[in-house]
Design a binder for this molecule. Structure first.
Ligand code: G6P
Length: 613
């Protein structure tokens, strides 16, 4: 989703801004722009397309200046084109602004401004905001920070903004509500960005801008932070844990492939210090600190979006099996609006890779306001959800850049599994023997993934046969049902092939009508409690000439025999199968998308971090 970068200091701003925009490309966007203050003039350049197109466009233009703001836009109001791209000038061109978020009352504000003689170039809500700031600034004769503050008091919606003023070469004003914003603190210079990725190569000192805060950044001065209701705040400088090498492809053609291959390591990182095979124990500080709450919870509600929602489904299977606590898994976007019944002894678990998803953040706020205990499972350290929950667990998968989530998913499932086992053991539902057996097996998952990754070339080979397909069905049962959903989502996201995940037995109630020799059906048929039932489902597909891609357990000749293509995975505990059965599905989606020539890391229309609802 929209990316914001800003710079004020002694260096040339333009290269820093462009580099920053490139680091934010992973968030997803469709146009880009930059505004630079030079010689009492704000020069704005913007294009539809990629940051590389912006660079081409600006090649022979004046890109001087040591103060600037830049933006990648993911269209909400008005189609992706040059006019709607940010930065937007105010009417007099004295001010320029970039914005991430949605101004919900923009239509009313716009009418008021039109009555006062303002005209608009674009269809965006953003242009309304900069005109409003200018209008307020002129009519009240106030400084830019004051005008921003007054204007934001009229705004309903979500925003992260950055504004510059032609006559103020030493001033950058930024603010946020709902959408994320980070300030990097360097030596006599400041960086501004939607997340820390553009900042990390310049400084490891950051200040996360808080909800409804306005930060006034002046060249050579301390940061000045106030809330929109005028309460002064002290900037809290934090140290970034992120490293630059984590943000680069490390020899892989795409971030997605790199991240798939990183999973043995990221799973180990996720378990490090938590799963202790020698001491036969799992330690999760988020659990220890709130042990009684977990043991007494009457219900757990998991709220999440997209891939994180799929991880939540797997969490539900594990928590119900081991901890015997009823679990509901909710789409955050539905949960937040459907007036859910929430009790004070409910635990709400919010799962989010980015920790910034607007709907999940709103679901957290809603559950909090109704007295529930909120536990976050997030990947991005210091992001909004962990800052707004009572407790939680980081997944420690490292930065995930590919839009299609892979390593974050397996890390989420790992954390949920550890949590389920721990509650189950503490509540006495899970015998010591079973607990120990599963822990030992959990610790072996990274090497099992390594083993599956050896089949990458084989999967790449048979991916070539599927480029003709318009549709795919993915089937699984039990713990593998959410994996089927996740496999289908991966394919849809990056190859643009329509794919549906279904519980295998449900196929008879509809999707079976679609089966023909042109329909590839991916069936996760690993050995387990309901293996025989899944085999029967495969027979039903075979009888209708569907083309079967089976994920089987090593040594299973029966399914291998029935399938047109088979990928085998090692045997493991049933509750841990999702951690490995998803790997071939990630690779399958990746290779099909590559063969089709799709932009794997930045698929069309998708955003990595969905900061608007
Ligand atoms: C977007 C991303 C998905 C992600 C979902 C939820 O749609 O493209 O990969 O699963 O948001 O994001 P979160 O950061 O909350 O896990």
């Amino acid at each position: 989703m929209c990316g914001i970068v800003g710079y004020i200091g002694n260096q040339a701003a333009y290269p820093i801004l462009i580099k920053g925009l490139k680091r934010l490309e992973y968030r997803g966007y469709d146009s880009a722009g930059v505004a630079l203050l030079d010689d009492n003039q704000i020069n704005v350049y913007k294009v539809k397309g990629k940051v590389a197109d912006l660079e081409k466009f600006a090649r022979r233009k004046n890109t001087n200046g040591t103060l600037g703001i830049a933006h990648t836009r993911w269209a909400t109001h008005g189609e992706p084109n040059e006019v709607n791209a940010h930065p937007h000038y105010s009417q007099s061109e004295d001010l320029a602004l970039i914005h991430n978020g949605i101004i919900e009352n923009y239509a009313v504000l716009k009418q008021g401004l039109i009555k006062n003689g303002y005209t608009f170039q674009s269809e965006t809500d953003t242009e309304v905001l900069i005109q409003l700031i200018e209008f307020i600034k002129k009519t009240n004769r106030v400084s830019l920070p004051e005008a921003v503050q007054l204007a934001l008091n009229h705004v309903v919606g979500a925003y992260a903004i950055a504004v510059i003023e032609r006559s103020q070469p030493d001033l950058l004003v930024a603010a946020r509500k709902g959408s994320p914003l980070v300030v990097g603190v360097g030596e006599d210079e400041y960086f501004l960005a939607s997340d820390a990725t553009p900042i990390v190569e310049f400084t490891d000192k950051v200040v996360y801008v808080g909800e409804e805060e306005i930060v006034t950044i002046r060249r050579g001065a301390e940061l000045d932070i106030k809330t929109i209701s005028n309460v002064k705040k002290t900037p809290r400088i934090q140290k970034l844990a992120l490293t630059l090498s984590q943000l680069e492809k490390g020899g892989y053609p795409h971030f997605m492939l790199k991240e798939i291959f990183e999973q043995p390591k990221t799973l180990s990182d996720s378990m490090r210090g938590r799963v202790n095979v020698d001491e036969n124990n799992i330690t999760l500080s988020g659990f220890i600190d709130n042990r009684e709450k977990f043991l007494n919870a009457k219900r757990i509600i998991i709220t999440a979006c997209g891939t994180s929602w799929h991880a939540g489904q797997i969490g539900m299977y594990a928590i119900e099996e081991f901890a015997r606590i009823p679990v509901e898994v909710e789409y955050s976007s539905e949960f937040r609006y459907r007036k859910p019944v929430i009790y004070p002894d409910d635990i709400v678990i919010a799962i989010s890779q980015s920790g910034e998803t607007a709907d999940t953040l709103a679901a957290v706020e809603l559950a909090k306001s109704q007295g529930a205990f909120i536990f976050g499972i997030c990947n991005v350290v210091g992001s909004s959800i962990p800052r707004n929950t009572h407790s939680g667990c980081y997944t420690h998968a490292g930065p995930e850049i590919g839009v299609a989530s892979t390593k974050a998913f397996t890390a989420q499932v790992t954390v949920l599994t550890m949590l389920a086992l721990l509650i189950g053991k503490e509540k006495g539902y899970l015998s010591r023997e079973n607990y120990l057996r599963i822990i030992r097996e959990l610790a072996k998952i990274p090497e099992k993934i390594d083993h599956i990754l050896l089949q990458n070339d084989i999967i790449a080979q048979f991916a070539k046969t599927f480029t003709y397909a318009q549709n795919f069905i993915y089937l699984g049962r039990g713990y593998n049902f959410p994996v089927a959903l996740e496999g289908a989502l991966k394919l849809k996201e990056i190859s643009y092939i329509h794919a549906e995940g279904y519980p295998a037995a449900e196929m008879k109630h509809g999707p079976i009508a679609l089966i023909s020799n042109e329909m590839p059906v991916v069936v996760i048929a690993t050995k387990g409690e309901i293996y025989e039932k899944v085999v029967s489902n495969i027979q039903e597909i075979k009888a209708r000439k569907g083309r079967i891609v089976a994920i089987t357990t090593e040594g299973d000749a029966e399914v291998r025999e029935m399938a047109d293509y088979a990928i085998s995975i090692p045997h493991t505990e049933e509750c841990l199968v999702p951690l490995i059965s998803v790997i071939p599905l990630q690779l399958l989606a990746y290779h099909i998308a590559v063969v089709k020539g799709c932009d794997v890391d930045q698929p069309r229309n998708l955003a990595k971090s969905v900061t608007v609802e």
